[in-house]
Design a protein. Structure first.
Length: 412
């Protein structure tokens, strides 16, 4: 019989753990914790950034401003903001340069009344969301062939010269439209085909009458009651500047059209219009070709300016008529004095003769601000005369209406 010899079992308390296996176990626990908790860590970090975003954004803006603008041309205050007088929609809480006209932003107190440009009655700025919600759409002002349409009714009779036609009484306002003979279309109930006719004002008759004469022989007989539609061209018969009827806001004492000067920024401009022609009004005064106006939703914009007059007038500018005459010079003086000046002002590069002219003129004839308030003075030749303006943005307005602005200049 074979006898096997075995070693006695060792006691548990005498076993010594292996250091390498313990480190491996700890490493494994660490890896499991990292895999399981990394998603939670990402969520916590993202939530912290979103919750503290205003604070982080303020820290970032202060740091970047200190890096990019070492001159420190302004201070930051909770009651102060910076805006561009040429592009009022550009507003910043920090001193900066307008990205549109490249002029220094001018400081002002929040909700401080500012002077609106000449001819602008109201101003309102809407966010893209509110524009989409209100269904506001814009259209470009352009020239169109407009005609006043008058409907005249009468009985066809044979005229002195043997032609067929009839006379219709018109008002003095309608009679003023017939400076030249006009084309007309005559219709009768028994036919859908119109007949051509010519309308001419009979000036010697009282009351005023228009005679419509059929252009050729027709099947219409004397005694037939007909209806004629006369199309009277506006002006000299050529295309004229027209604005959609839906863009005009009639306030009773005045008519306004809201011009989009910047995306979302609408200026209420007082306009003078002629008689409506179908769905358009001929423009007599107040608008220029190429401007973009609110063709849908203009009444909503006007209602917003009335419901929030502080937001419409005080925040983005106040109507000049609403500012007391005694306070207007102070507003202009304060705005001019507080304007940021760029280094290397053009005034320092002018000749002595031009500097003397600047000292004599002092004020820009377009904006009525100090010549150095927005980067100027800028020299412009108008009618052989040297005129200085506050910025390049005023040049086109000065050249479009030189007589208007030259009247504000001191005598030579």
């Amino acid at each position: 019989m074979a006898i096997f010899k075995t070693n006695p079992p060792q006691r548990t308390e005498d076993a010594v753990p292996d250091a390498s296996s313990l480190l491996g176990y700890l490493r494994w626990l660490t890896q499991v914790a990292r895999v399981r908790l990394r998603f939670l860590i990402v969520v916590l970090v993202a939530g912290t950034i979103v919750g503290q975003w205003p604070l982080l954004r303020g820290v970032w803006d202060r740091w970047t401003w200190g890096q990019q603008h070492q001159h420190g041309s302004g201070t930051v205050s909770g009651s102060q903001e910076y805006f561009c007088p040429m592009d009022p929609g550009v507003i910043s809480v920090w001193p900066a340069i307008c990205p549109i006209c490249n002029m220094d932003l001018v400081p002002r107190k929040k909700m401080e009344a500012q002077m609106l440009p000449e001819g602008v009655i109201a101003r309102m700025q809407l966010s893209p969301y509110r524009i989409q919600l209100a269904g506001i759409r814009t259209a470009v002002i352009e020239s169109r062939p407009l005609k006043h349409k008058l409907t005249l009714t009468g009985t066809v009779q044979q005229q002195e010269d043997g032609s067929l036609g009839f006379d219709a009484q018109v008002t003095a306002t309608d009679a003023a439209l017939f400076a030249n003979p006009c084309h007309a279309e005559v219709r009768i109930r028994s036919s859908t085909q119109p007949f051509a006719a010519t309308a001419k004002l009979l000036e010697s008759l009282d009351p005023l009458r228009v005679r419509l004469t059929l252009d050729r022989e027709t099947s219409i007989s004397s005694g037939t009651i007909v209806t004629a539609v006369v199309g009277v061209p506006v002006g000299d018969g050529e295309n004229c500047l027209a604005v959609p009827e839906s863009a005009v806001v009639d306030r009773g004492t005045e008519r306004l059209v809201y011009v989009e000067t910047m995306p979302g920024l609408f200026d209420g401009v007082a306009v003078e219009l002629g008689n409506r022609c179908d769905s358009y009004y001929p423009v007599i005064k107040g608008l220029k070709a190429g401007l973009r106006v609110a063709s849908a939703g203009a009444f909503l914009i006007d209602a917003e300016t009335r419901l929030n007059p502080g937001l419409a007038a005080g925040y983005f500018g106040a109507n000049q008529s609403n500012v007391p005459s005694s306070a207007a010079p102070a507003v202009k003086k304060a705005t001019a004095k507080s304007a940021s000046k760029k280094s290397g002002s053009p005034k320092n590069t002018l000749s002595k003769e031009d500097q003397a002219l600047v000292e004599t003129q002092r004020i820009c004839p377009v904006t009525e601000l100090a010549l150095d308030s927005m980067g100027g003075p800028v020299l412009v030749m108008v009618a052989g005369r040297k005129i200085f303006i506050c910025c390049a943005g005023c040049e086109q307005r000065l050249k479009d209406e030189p007589e208007k602005y030259l009247a504000k200049m001191p005598a030579e």
